[in-house]
Design a protein around this ligand. Structure first.
Ligand SMILES: C[S@@+](CC[C@H](N)C(=O)[O-])C[C@H]1O[C@@H](n2cnc3c(N)ncnc32)[C@H](O)[C@@H]1O
Length: 175
């Protein structure tokens, strides 16, 4: 009983600490609706030739849908919040996708993104401002970027998807 309590307190502490850091760093943990995950992957036209990177992958829903429904060949997520990271790892293991999907518990700003053919992100404007130059210099020509809600300063947008006045905009870029 005592050990269970200690484990619970440690998990709670790690969860609160890493979620606070994430909120300041790039965005708080706000999972997308499944319909918006699908929209993003459709707009990027993800297919079996793609390597999809989700920056701030939360509970892994983007990676799982990219692998299962869109048959992306490889999916990689970066996530620094402890609890969403743990949930995504368990989900991927249970679904048996641990070869195709990787979630890395590291800071998204410091990762090398050059292998990606598609980048997905739902991050705050200050994070996108920091990432714009990284995208422009590091990504291979032809890489698609889809950003939920917020535009990426400094990159030329190819398309804005907002099917009705109530829906949130999704912005498509091709570097
Ligand atoms: C708005 S959520 C997006 C969730 C997810 N992409 C989805 O499809 O539901 C942003 C995520 O970015 C994570 N995050 C924030 N700063 C980060 C950083 N510097 N490195 C890695 N992940 C970060 C947060 O923990 C959070 O899970």
């Amino acid at each position: 009983m005592f050990y269970l309590l200690i484990i619970f307190i440690v998990i709670l502490f790690l969860t609160l600490l890493t979620m606070s850091i994430a909120s300041i760093s790039a965005a708080p943990y706000v999972p997308l609706f499944k319909r918006d995950v699908r929209r993003m992957l459709e707009i990027a036209q993800v297919n079996s030739n793609d390597i999809v990177y989700d920056l701030g992958s939360g509970d892994g829903r983007m990676l799982v849908m990219a692998a299962r429904k869109f048959e992306a060949s490889e999916c990689v997520g970066f996530e620094i919040s402890f609890l969403p990271y743990l949930i995504s790892k368990i989900k991927i293991l249970l679904l048996g996708h641990n070869k195709k999907i990787k979630v890395i518990p590291k800071n998204l700003y410091t990762q090398n993104l050059k292998q990606a053919t598609v980048i997905t992100c739902f991050l705050l404007p200050h994070a996108l401002k920091k990432l714009g130059p990284k995208f422009a210099t590091e990504l291979k020509p032809g890489t698609r970027i889809v950003s939920y809600a917020f535009r990426i300063p400094g990159l030329k947008r190819l398309k804005k998807d907002k099917p009705n006045p109530k829906s949130t905009a999704i912005h498509l870029y091709v570097v």
